[in-house]
Design a binder for this molecule. Sequence first.
Ligand code: NAD
Length: 496
Amino acid sequence: MVLREEVFSRLCLEPVNGRGSAGELSSIDPNDGAELARVRKMSRAEYDAVVVRAEQAFRLWRHVPAPVRGNLVREIAAELRACKAELGALVTLEVGKILAEGEGEVQEMIDIADFAVGLSRQLYGKTMHSERPGHRMYEQWHPLGPVGVVSAFNFPVAVWAWNAMLAAVCGDTVVWKPSPRTPLTAIAVQTICERVMRRLGHSDVFQVVIGDNDVVGEAMLDDRRLPLLSFTGSCAVGRHVAQRVSARLGRSLLELGGNNALIVMDDADLDLAMRAIVFGAVGTAGQRCTSTRRVLLQRGIASEMTRRLIAAYQQIRIGNPMEPATLMGPLISPQAVDQMISGLDLARAQGGQVLYGGNHLGGNFVEPALVRAPAGMPLLREEIFAPILYLLEFDHLDDAIAQHNNVPQGLSSAIFTRDVRSAETFLSHGGSDCGIANVNLGTSGAEIGGAFGGEKDTGGGREAGSDSWQAYMRRQTNTMNWSDQLPLAQGIDFSF
Ligand code: NAD
């Protein structure tokens, strides 16, 4: 088993004893409630000083050629490769996800960094044919400015990397506010960035601000010096963020809650479906935005799948996430446990039947729960950030798709089928209404190469691969007249 002290010493962090003061945040190990470290909270004045430095750094950084900017990101990726095990273990310590997933999160940082390095030579603009003779039209992408990143607890470092690695090659500087639950991982990442920035002679491209939501968080929402605010978190906070940022006509990039469903057709490969469902629902203790929360089973396989799911849930090894054999660690906090328990009570009151699990095992540990739910149960529309999986049944695909889409969120979705017609129906414009729709794989565990994000209450933002980089730049349309005439567009005659 990896030891807490070992991780700390390899990442040069100091463990603490005693309780935090009012001016400090405590980082708590969800496995045993121990205080891992105390971090001083920033004041409003300190926050302002950070943004001033981000502005100053931006004025220099935007002139560094993009492929040279890519070199900074390449070096960060090299450092991340070197400390993947230690940083992954720190994610496990602070968030409680199992070691394999902690390391997977660091791998995701490395992947997006590699992607961004390649991108640094591909920030392409289009050229267009002008309707006027002797004119050339094209568009350029310019750096935007200091970008604010507010991240959620459950992906404490990967989501920062999705934003920061792209923003950096695009010529932006980054001001990052991590979740107050995960200050340590943020400090470890910032320490790596500082080392690389110093070595390559750049400063303040990446900065971190740690503090209260009403001091540092609110300040970022209203701060006109941050033209883009990238926010990852719950729909409720995201709605507030969107309103505040749009009130100053700023841009927001929203990655909000999910309520992801997976459809299993009678003709599906049930072994594949089983593995995808269990990882999707139980992985990260159900605390992923893409966690599978609803499974829609076609009537012919419903009882077999239910039986197999109960058997699989009995095999889940719950315990200390630092033990390599553990499959499910703790929830993040006692409040998260309470939300799961009261969610299950509400499900029962609304006609749901708990088929397996849902018991509190002490501390932040719970059994994952399987709940048979009647179609239209009001609770099905809500994201409870815990391992509760609702099982529903249907006869026809049309009905399954209607149930699937009947939630406010629209992040990730999947269907298991061997029938190309069912697969294509699910992927067609009358099918899944989510930002991510998969066939014969689960709802969670996206690769960074695609654009990641969701529709409806999930906020519409897209991060990571494909053309998501465009969110971090401003587009400029240029028309160059190389003739000795001044023809007007639309053929307008304005001779005088
Ligand atoms: P949360 O909404 O409680 O907090 C998210 C972040 O917002 C934290 O950094 C928090 O400190 C900050 N915040 C809270 N109030 C603020 C305010 N007034 N001003 C500025 N910042 C404020 O979410 P959480 O519990 O940390 O994370 C879980 C949620 O995040 C789930 O809903 C999950 O689905 C969602 N999530 C979405 C994605 C995605 O990509 N779509 C990824 C990860 C998590």
